[in-house]
Design a binder for this molecule. Structure first.
Ligand SMILES: Nc1nc2c(c(=O)[nH]1)N[C@H]1C(S)=C(S)[C@@H](COP(=O)(O)O)O[C@H]1N2
Ligand SMILES: [Mo]
Length: 323
């Protein structure tokens, strides 16, 4: 069997993106040439026009437009602006519904489904992830309240998940913990991967933003370590779904957004261990998307080719949540 090195996973994805971008650029380069001529500029005029870099201005402009387009579609090259870490707020605002404060932290595992069959030899492989039981008990509430400060204890969400956004009662929320083989990872498995941190602007659709400092592992590094099952021709799965342990919140993403270098699985915030109100033990940071896509208290990650359902979708919010 030809085993692909884990490194190959991300490299291949990048080359897919690059190839696609190059193809688009070439297409619009030609289109620009045609347009320049058709637009009456004429070849001689085109050759006399100012050059920027290697390209004459009219072509350069088309290339620019194309770059913006490609970034929009591919979402791979655009980076969110980063700030010096000390510019981040010391205590970030808390927002969100239904975070569990009563989970036994010892019972937390990160379930990963949709992996390459090669992982069946991994020591943390299990045949049925759904058999894992997270433990809840009121005795853990006091401990998580202690880890958060008072402001974190009264989340101020005004995001409507009631009928005001027109919930469609016909939409049935699918089971987010279907039986599946996969890995049951611990925080130690995540901490063994390269640590990355940054401060970026976090934007909530409710109209506030803060510079927040996140730390954790790049999803692309995580994916190298725990590679998904590939489709025909070695294609990566199209989507990644994530859900909390109790299934009360869930989000989903295109693979192109997941391999973005600023997409992090975070276990630190403000340079400290992630607090319960901010989604301990593990949350997502994806600075090119709105806050509602940055799921907290992640328990299961699934690679899939079917577009997964997203929590806010039935209330009329955009599935992509892009900024
Ligand atoms: N599990 C879970 N994750 C969630 C939410 C939630 O309600 N539950 N709310 C989202 C929204 S709308 C925002 S703005 C951010 C807030 O993150 P913070 O509390 O760390 O500021 O979490 C996101 N992730
Ligand atoms: Mo939000």
């Amino acid at each position: 069997m030809a085993t692909k090195s884990p490194h190959d996973t991300v490299e291949t994805q990048n080359s897919i993106v690059v190839t696609e971008a190059t193809r688009r650029a070439r297409r619009s380069f030609l289109a620009a040439g045609v347009a320049a001529v058709a637009g009456g500029i004429g070849f001689a005029a085109l050759m006399k026009s100012r050059t920027i870099g290697m390209l004459r201005l009219p072509l350069r402009k088309a290339e620019e437009v194309n770059r913006v387009l490609a970034e929009d579609v591919i979402g791979e090259e655009r980076l969110a602006k980063t700030y010096p870490l000390h510019k981040a707020v010391k205590r970030a605002r808390v927002n969100g519904l239904g975070l569990r404060r009563d989970m036994d932290p010892e019972s937390w595992r990160l379930q990963v489904a949709g992996l390459s069959s090669a992982v069946s030899s991994h020591p943390k492989f299990v045949h049925n992830l759904s058999e894992w039981k997270y433990c809840y008990s009121p005795e853990f509430v006091a401990r998580t309240l202690e880890l958060d400060d008072e402001s974190a204890q009264q989340p101020a969400s005004t995001m409507k998940d009631d009928s005001s956004k027109g919930e469609d009662p016909l939409i049935e929320v699918p089971d987010r913990f279907p039986p599946a083989p996969g890995l049951l990872l611990t925080m130690g498995d995540l901490k063994a991967l390269p640590f990355v941190e940054y401060a970026t602007e976090f934007k909530c659709i409710e109209g506030w933003s803060d510079i927040m400092h996140f730390g954790g592992v790049r999803f692309r590094d995580f994916m190298e370590a725990f590679p998904p099952e590939r489709g025909p021709g070695g294609a990566l799965p199209k989507y990644v779904a994530m859900t909390t342990a109790d299934g009360s919140y869930f989000s989903a993403f295109e693979m192109t957004a997941m391999v973005h270098p600023q997409t992090l699985l975070c276990y630190e915030m403000s340079g400290e261990a992630l607090r319960p109100a901010h989604g301990a033990p593990l949350r997502l940071s994806m600075p090119l998307k709105y806050g509602y896509k940055q799921i907290k208290q992640i328990a299961r990650i699934t690679y899939t080719n079917e577009r997964p359902y997203e929590y806010w979708e039935r209330f009329g919010y955009d599935w992509h949540g892009g900024l």
